[in-house]
Write a protein that binds this ligand. Structure first.
Ligand code: CA
Length: 224
């Protein structure tokens, strides 16, 4: 599960992006001006920033410059006007990873978002395999021993978060951060319930979610 900061002051485009990104399974926060974006990037734990340049209160270039000045290597995808070659060059020089030209087709944007997020994690491939589990990050469909695995939205979010960080302990706080945007909350108890349900679906197939006491969770292959 990945969390994205959308930085865009245009209401119509912002609405459309928010909807599409959420539909694609991302947790999304929407900052409508440069100062809000700068603050969110300082405090938040994001996997990607999607950045417009012409923003109220603080220009997108300045948001990007400050982000990189803090030594933050968060993937940043800049949305820029088609005719503005200078903006594109300046954006890349300031540390943008990529840009999309406005007006763009949302499926193309989503493909680029997926590519950048994948690159930041374990696998450059669309499909991640872990033991009997095969997960397609594009369609967000999981198969266990070649049978479709049916998961609720939250279960899927937790599984994805654990799978993308295989071998590392994932804390409850991180799960909440990945699963909830600014308008949502999830308590630790709720996380425990979702993990319990997911574990019950994985265990018969030789996978487990280990609890590392006081720390968090770890996706595990059972040796039997
Ligand atoms: Ca704008």
């Amino acid at each position: 599960m990945a969390r994205i900061l959308l930085i865009e002051d245009d209401q119509v485009l912002g609405d459309a992006l928010m909807r599409s990104l959420e539909q694609a399974g991302y947790t999304v926060d929407w900052a409508r001006d440069g100062i809000t974006a700068d603050t969110a990037l300082k405090d938040g734990v994001y996997d990607l920033a999607l950045l417009d340049l012409g923003l109220p209160r603080l220009h997108g270039f300045e948001v990007l410059r400050r982000l990189r000045a803090r030594n933050n290597h968060l993937p940043a995808l800049v949305m820029t006007a088609r005719d503005s070659l200078e903006d594109r060059i300046a954006g890349l020089d300031l540390g943008a990873d990529d840009y999309v030209l406005k007006p763009f087709h949302i499926p193309e944007l989503l493909a680029r978002v997926r590519a950048h997020i994948r690159r930041a994690f374990v696998s450059p491939n669309a499909e991640i395999t872990y033991g009997p589990l095969v997960y397609d990050t594009t369609t967000r469909l999981a198969r266990l021993q070649d049978e479709p695995l049916n998961l609720s939205k939250r279960e899927l979010g937790i599984m994805e978060t654990l799978l993308l960080r295989v071998g590392k302990v994932v804390t409850k706080e991180m799960l909440v951060e990945k699963l909830c945007n600014w308008d949502e909350t999830l308590g630790n108890n709720a996380i425990e319930v979702y993990v319990h349900r997911l574990r019950k679906k994985l265990q018969p197939h030789g996978l487990d979610i280990s609890t590392v006491r006081g720390l968090g969770y770890l996706l595990d292959k059972r040796d039997d």
